[in-house]
Design a protein around this ligand. Structure first.
Ligand code: C2O
Ligand code: CU
Ligand code: CU
Length: 493
């Protein structure tokens, strides 16, 4: 099964000593156990109940003190676990100095009332109880929660507000998967000053989408993951960064994809690399089949476009923030896999979760993803906005009217003049990718966030099921969302 990948060897060779360029204090913290200190809240007798409070306070990040926004004082936020059919009740309190709310990314639950409602606004000092029921036939998977108050999303997520929301089910009960050791990896970048405070992005960083130089996994720098010789490791990975892409590669080890955003796929798929855009999740299995030792989990360079925006101003802007993104030129280390002990060789599962074939749809809509405004030039860019079909977000406008219990194809066309990538995300209902630039997608999978590269056309197929009401779709580069790249879809009975 194993394949020698020359390109990968080349990349690693070229990387040489150019590993993560982080401050010394961070390096000193490497190789701590990966199990984050984040608390776990599990449902019991059909109820997941907790208090969740957000505020600004010092927290430990990568082994030092940082002043972040957190849920219950933890970065990443507590992990929530429930099952299909459970009721969720979260007593939420906002102790930030700005409004916020909660979004349950990927969950198929009502978009209205005190459920997954992105239009709620919880002012500073106030509380709200979220309550909803996860449908009995909800797929198991790796979902997450984060703030979704328009205008504040990128800032609040970047400052630390994100946590996993796991739904357990059939996927977890597959014997080969049950036998695997499970690890959760929350990938999140930060940009801190000497005193541990978040550095505010400059204008350019907001246009491109803010990125930080400090790469963390579960709030740690280069944590250790262990695998037994012969064993299986199940990695459940979330890209919780507002803008950074991760192009993941594990030295000498292929990754066996078993689940995407919306749950399990039909059968494992062997990958050499895994690209995760902001908001995306994936689950992979790793086999402990190599020479015992240490292997690095890397993120490889990726160009997400947009450099045209630099225009003539480039030379004058200077400073570390200017190249705040799209600038990673060498692999960086995210975590280290170490062999520990051995077990009788565990097999990969052959079959996973059947992914239904959706019937073709008669309704096809077009969405042009772009930005408007004139070339940025130097420091200008006022009036620059990000759009769907030429329009920026308007709270009071319904952009897309759909009917409950129908299936639609949406054609997402990235016409961005600077060929910037835009990961498209839809709330509440998952979808399947039909094609990219007319080429059929190689395998069927459920997604809720899909990368639409500069110049690309991606066709997705969405069944609108179970819930009526207004919700949103947007670019998951959250600065773009805050700058208007969001639309409202109304699902009517
Ligand atoms: Cu993860 Cu509307 O977002
Ligand atoms: Cu979402
Ligand atoms: Cu975007």
């Amino acid at each position: 099964m194993s394949k020698i990948n020359r390109r990968q060897f080349f990349l690693l060779g070229a990387a040489g000593v150019a590993t993560a360029s982080v401050a010394n204090w961070a390096i000193a913290q490497s190789h701590k156990a990966s199990s984050a200190s984040s608390k776990l809240y599990k449902s019991a007798s059909g109820l997941l109940e907790l208090n969740l409070e957000t505020g600004n306070r010092p927290v430990t990040l990568a082994g030092r003190q940082a002043y972040l926004m957190s849920y219950n004082g933890q970065v990443p936020a507590p992990r929530l676990e429930a099952k299909a059919g459970d009721t969720v009740r979260i007593r939420f309190t906002n102790n930030l100095s700005q409004p916020t709310n909660l979004h349950y990314h990927g969950l198929h639950v009502p978009p209205t009332g005190n459920a997954d409602n992105p239009f709620l606004s919880i002012p500073p000092g106030e509380s709200l109880t979220y309550k909803f029921t996860i449908p009995k036939n909800h797929p198991p998977g790796t979902f997450w929660y984060h703030p979704h108050h328009h205008g504040y999303v990128a800032e609040q997520l970047f400052a630390g507000l994100a946590g996993l929301f796991i739904v357990r089910g059939e996927l977890d009960e597959i014997p080969e998967i049950q036998a695997a050791k499970e690890e959760f990896l929350v990938l999140k970048d930060f940009d801190l000053d000497e005193s541990g405070r978040i550095l505010p992005p400059n204008h350019m960083a907001m246009m491109l989408g803010r990125e930080g130089q400090l790469l963390t996994v579960n709030g740690q720098v280069n944590p250790n993951l262990s695998i037994a010789k012969g064993g299986l490791l199940r990695l459940r990975i979330l890209n919780a960064s507002p803008s950074r892409f991760y192009r993941l590669s594990l030295e000498n080890h292929p990754l066996y994809l078993i689940a995407t955003d919306g749950g399990g796929i039909n059968a494992p798929i062997e990958l050499e690399e895994l690209l995760l855009a902001p908001g995306e999740r994936a689950e992979v299995l790793v086999r402990g089949e190599k020479e015992p030792g240490q292997y690095r989990l890397l993120t490889l360079p990726y160009d997400r476009g947009g450099m045209g925006m630099m225009g003539g101003g480039m030379g004058m802007m200077g400073g570390r923030h200017m190249m705040g993104n799209s600038s990673q030129t060498s692999p960086q280390v995210l975590a280290t896999l170490s062999y520990q002990g051995s077990v009788a060789t565990l097999p990969l599962p052959k079959q996973l979760i059947p992914v239904e074939t959706l019937p073709e749809s008669e309704t096809v809509r077009r969405f042009e993803l772009s930005m408007s405004g004139m070339g940025m030039g130097m420091g200008s860019g006022m009036g620059m906005s990000f759009t769907f079909n030429g329009q920026t977000f308007d709270m009071d406008r319904i952009d897309t009217q759909v009917k409950l219990n129908t299936i639609e194809d949406w054609e997402l066309i990235n016409v961005d003049p600077d060929r910037m990538d835009h990961p498209f995300h839809l709330h509440i209902n998952r979808f399947q990718i039909v094609s990219r630039n007319g080429q059929p997608e190689p395998y069927r999978a459920w997604k809720d966030t899909v990368l639409v590269r500069g110049g690309e056309t991606v066709r997705i197929r969405i069944p609108f099921r179970n819930f009526t009401g207004k919700t949103v779709y947007h670019c998951h580069i959250l600065d773009h969302e805050d700058l208007g790249m969001m639309g409202i879809v109304n699902i009517q009975a």
